[in-house]
Design a protein around this ligand. Structure first.
Ligand SMILES: Cc1cc2nc3c(=O)[nH]c(=O)nc-3n(C[C@H](O)[C@H](O)[C@H](O)COP(=O)(O)O)c2cc1C
Length: 205
């Protein structure tokens, strides 16, 4: 059976993004083995002085790490291993300030590691994650289908690049306008759920 990793950041009580995650889980039940990374309760460590320098030492030198140094990298490395062990990845979050929420960015910093998920060569980036697929469930308050707002959506392009760099094609299922069209929230979510139905068929049938 295939393995699917759901990575989500949905801290708000009654989160609409979480409703989409739940819909995906219900529809994919029994079709794939699901593991779940909740970035609200299991937030990646930010790369600060200690762990950033230990990571550079590990990734770019032959110097062996001490047990204590390995321990400082373990939480983020576990997230990298989870990604590498999955066939399908669902990343779910609401837009925050025109891009991905900080814990999602911290997850990106955990899983984009040279010689683990990508290589940098003279020809550019080479993804090392082969045969995987990703889907992104994003909800927003504004409507980024409007021409005037499209350039302000810095989330979709960023995540497309991030998955692309490591060799994973991504598709984006976005529920736009949940704050600007309060009377249409249910309608927007239902249309989005139909896209999730199509995704589940595409991936698991
Ligand atoms: C801190 C914060 C920043 C936000 N920034 C944006 C934004 O830049 N653009 C936007 O369209 N919506 C923004 N929103 C609105 C949410 O993206 C939107 O309401 C989303 O659907 C909430 O999802 P949830 O129901 O899963 O919490 C922001 C919300 C919060 C809490």
């Amino acid at each position: 059976m295939t393995k699917t990793l759901i990575v989500s950041y949905t801290p708000r009580i009654n989160s609409n993004t979480q409703k989409l995650v739940q819909d995906f889980m219900t529809k994919s039940q029994g079709k794939t083995e699901v593991s779940y990374l909740n970035l609200v309760t299991h937030t990646p460590d930010l790369l600060l002085k200690d762990n950033l320098n230990i990571m550079l030492k590990r990734n770019f030198t032959d110097i062996a790490l001490s047990e204590e140094e390995k321990r400082l990298l373990a939480k983020n490395d576990e997230m990298l291993s989870q990604l590498k062990a999955s066939d399908f990845i669902v990343l779910a979050y609401p837009m925050n300030n025109f891009t991905v929420p900080a814990p999602v960015k911290a997850w990106i910093d955990a899983v984009l590691q040279p010689n683990q998920t990508f290589k940098l060569t003279e020809k550019g980036y080479e993804g090392l994650c082969h045969g995987k697929k990703a889907a992104v469930l994003m909800t927003t308050g504004g409507d980024y289908d409007l021409e005037i707002a499209k350039p302000m959506n810095h989330a979709t392009g960023l995540i497309t690049t991030v998955f692309g760099i490591i060799g994973i094609p991504s598709q984006h299922i976005s529920a736009y306008g949940l704050n600007v069209y309060p009377n249409r929230i249910n309608e927007i979510l239902e249309v989005t759920k139909e896209k999730i139905t199509d995704l589940v068929k595409l991936w698991y049938n």
